[in-house]
Design a protein around this ligand. Structure first.
Ligand SMILES: [Zn+2]
Length: 348
């Protein structure tokens, strides 16, 4: 049956072949001889392997292997250099061997929903043109930081996994527009999320978040979902704290950073001779109260904003009427100042 269809396709130099929902257990090797094929649909069969010959096809742009019985990604896929869209949803994939993604530089859409994946290979970073990655309903506990190299990624879906954190370098995903990570175990979002300047949709519902990153308000969000999280609630208790003693390193760093603000400071000219120092100072933050820079010593505080202040078009926040956002203060001196809306955070 499949052989007849493939023979016909070969004769007609077909550009697409549809063998979906045919209860196939194998794909005839002949498929590898039909060089005209651009689209292959094999979804809804009983496939566990593909013939190596499939890797000979030089023009394939889309391959749908969804709803089959693959427990390993067929290696021949790694030969399909021209592949644009790859569907592998609803299989039994547990791991993806290193090397599979190495040559798939044209891939823009990868759908791995509904599998049993516990991790992603590091070479995911080779998918340099990937725009949409979908990993819903897997068993992922973490993401490799290499995923942050996918600079064209616009949409990332990881609903219902076991993620405990996102990579610290997440902010490198500067084109990301949608992040869907509800139903995970995230306790914190990386501070660098504030660098995802194109993020419009953020769904973090049903996680274990208490607070949002400092630069949350800078994001151009139109949609936020954060219900079912143990978010900090607004308990207006101001406290007065003793001033602390800063380390010499912190004091020196603060002095240098303040000096560097002065256009005429001689320190500016000298800094280029100390690249390590420059790198270190690049990690600095700014006090939410006095706007002065600091390096490693700060107070973690929280302030609350009303969702409507974020100009959201669509949001679900559950019982929280206000969104807790992290703020960093340089000292107890600033914390003790009057007329600010920052509260101390006591993490259990
Ligand atoms: Zn301050």
């Amino acid at each position: 049956m499949a052989d007849v269809m493939l023979l016909r396709a070969q004769k007609a130099s077909a550009r697409s072949i549809n063998l979906s929902c045919k209860k196939l257990k194998r794909v005839p090797k002949l498929i590898g001889a039909i060089q005209s094929i651009i689209h292959i649909d094999l979804k809804g069969n009983k496939l566990q392997v593909l013939p190596d010959e499939l890797g000979n096809l030089m023009q394939v742009e889309s391959l749908n292997l969804g709803n089959n019985e693959f427990s390993i990604i067929p290696l021949c896929i790694s030969q399909l250099f021209t592949l644009n869209i790859l569907h592998l949803f609803q299989n039994q994939l547990e791991t993806i061997p290193e090397g599979v993604f190495e040559n798939l530089r044209c891939l823009t859409v990868l759908n791995l929903n509904n599998n049993l994946l516990t991790k992603l290979p590091k070479d995911v970073c080779n998918l340099v043109n990937l725009e949409k990655l979908s990993l819903d309903n897997n068993n992922l506990r973490q993401l490799p930081f290499e995923i942050c190299a996918l600079s064209r990624l616009k949409e990332l879906r990881i609903t219902k996994n076991r993620l405990e954190r996102l990579p610290l370098e997440f902010g490198f995903l500067s084109r990301l527009e949608e992040l869907h990570v509800p139903l995970n175990r995230l306790r914190e979002l990386p501070e660098s999320l504030g660098k995802c300047y194109n993020l419009k949709v953020l769904d973090v519902a049903a996680n274990e978040l208490r607070i949002f990153p400092t630069e949350m308000e800078q994001l151009p969000l139109v949609e936020l979902h954060c219900e079912e999280n143990p978010l900090l609630s607004h308990l207006p208790v101001h406290s007065i704290q003793e001033e602390e003693v800063l380390s010499l390193k912190e004091l020196a760093a603060r002095y240098v950073m303040t000096e560097l603000k002065d256009r005429f400071s001689s320190l500016r000219a000298h800094l280029k001779d100390f690249p390590e120092l420059k790198r270190m100072l690049a990690q600095s933050s700014t006090c939410a109260v006095c706007s002065q820079p600091f390096l490693n010593t700060w107070l973690e505080c929280v302030h609350f904003i009303k969702p409507r202040k974020l100009k959201l078009k669509n949001s679900t926040t559950g019982n929280s009427l206000e969104i807790p956002i992290r703020a960093l203060l340089c000292s107890y001196g600033c914390f003790n100042k009057k007329n600010h809306e920052y509260y101390g955070v006591a993490f259990p």
